[in-house]
Design a protein around this ligand. Structure first.
Ligand code: KG4
Ligand code: ZN
Length: 362
């Protein structure tokens, strides 16, 4: 039995949550900063850390209040301490250190990417929860910073078997939105625009990186989309000059391009999942997915078809636990808490991933 407070501040969402026994979300608040970064077309690190500072205390109070518990009821304080923007991480880590010290409870630092893999386990209230990860589980994280496949042995044991060699899929969505003249954040904007489009109209490249690879690459897709929208650039005085701009696109043309992009991006993921399944001698029984891009309905549908075709149990987070959130941090921390594996008050914020970033030896 545990009641754990989680804090998440790795990028542009300030979030706090209270989770019981690693599964049941009692209180959960996310304050998004999208409006602050929209005019820059991407996250500005200095603005993000300042906004975390302003928002974290009200968000914490609200999450604990919603949970109907007091600070004295908390068994531990967990915080996403890596990877992410260092200034943003520091705000969450400092708050967690202060709280853990003042309450006299353990502090637990959680790898944000591992937490994305765990988010599918979270439930609200007393609804039934699936069993915590089975032995043979294939993991997928698709976010703004990661596109990786994992061999998952348990909540705290995930080894990378494939990863992107350039952009992450969420980053590709964000760049596609800029190329198509859509808003920020790009993923939801591209998805909305693609809803009215014909995905068959443009054949965009799906990069397989050779016969054996489980890695991903999205930079060719991004460039192909750019050239379709703006024409091939000519070099004038050492600088690329394009024939057209995104403003020249007709509404239907833009929707068709968004739909064709989305299909190529998602197929790059599902094809590698199928390859990982084909290559696995023992066979996977479960697919767990997480990260911001799992909020995409087209991807969710395609993952559900793969799971059905290959007879896999699919665990995918509820929509609210796909993008960055503190519930997944508090949930995963339970498994370290019950194992007595906690951190000291000198826990550091780190921009690099931990175990979830290690590649499995061939
Ligand atoms: O997991 P996340 O919130 O942050 C990181 O850890 O990176 O993921 C954010 C990414 C962004 O690139 C965003 O554009 C993408 O997830 N995203 C989506 C959708 N919602 C968020 N991409 C495609 N379709 C969506 N509906
Ligand atoms: Zn994330």
């Amino acid at each position: 039995m545990s009641v754990i407070l989680g804090i998440e501040s790795s990028c542009d969402e300030t979030s706090a949550a209270v989770v019981r026994d690693g599964r049941v979300v009692l209180g959960h608040v996310v304050a998004s900063q999208h409006e602050l970064h929209a005019e820059y077309g991407g996250v500005v690190p200095e603005i993000a850390s300042r906004a975390h500072l302003e928002r974290l205390l009200p968000v914490l109070r609200q999450a604990v209040g919603e949970a109907g518990v007091g600070f004295e009821d908390l068994d531990a304080v967990a915080v996403g301490n890596r990877p992410g923007l260092i200034g943003s991480l520091l705000v969450g880590v400092s708050a967690a250190q202060a709280l853990a010290w003042s309450l006299g409870v353990p502090l637990i630092g959680i790898d944000h990417v591992q937490a994305h893999l765990y988010a599918g386990h979270l439930v609200d209230g007393e609804e039934p929860a699936a069993e915590v990860m089975a032995e043979r589980t294939l993991g997928l994280v698709v976010s703004g910073g990661h596109t990786s496949l994992y061999d998952v042995g348990g909540p705290l044991d995930a080894e990378v078997i494939g990863r992107t060699i350039d952009d992450a899929i969420g980053e590709a969505y964000d760049k596609a939105a800029v190329i198509l003249g859509l808003g920020f954040p790009g993923g939801p904007a591209v998805e909305r625009c693609a809803a009215g489009g014909d995905a068959d109209r443009y054949a965009l490249p799906v990069s397989m990186l050779g016969r054996e690879s489980l890695d991903f690459s999205f930079s060719g897709l991004k460039t192909a989309l750019l050239y379709l929208v703006r024409g091939r650039p000519k070099t004038v005085a050492g600088k690329p000059v394009f024939e057209r701009s995104s403003q020249d696109l007709g509404e239907q043309e833009r929707a068709d391009l968004a739909a064709s992009f989305q299909r190529a991006a998602v197929h790059a993921v599902t094809k590698k999942i199928e390859r990982a399944l084909d290559r696995s001698a023992a066979g996977y029984g479960r697919l767990v997915a997480g990260g911001g891009v799992t909020a995409n309905r087209y991807l969710r549908g395609e993952l559900a078809s793969v799971a059905e075709r290959r007879d896999l149990e699919l665990m995918i987070p509820k929509m609210i636990y796909c993008v960055d959130n503190a519930a997944m941090i508090a949930g995963l921390a339970h498994h370290r808490f019950v194992a007595g594996d906690v951190d000291g008050l000198d826990l550091a914020a780190m921009s690099t991933p931990s175990g979830a970033g290690k590649r499995k030896k061939a």
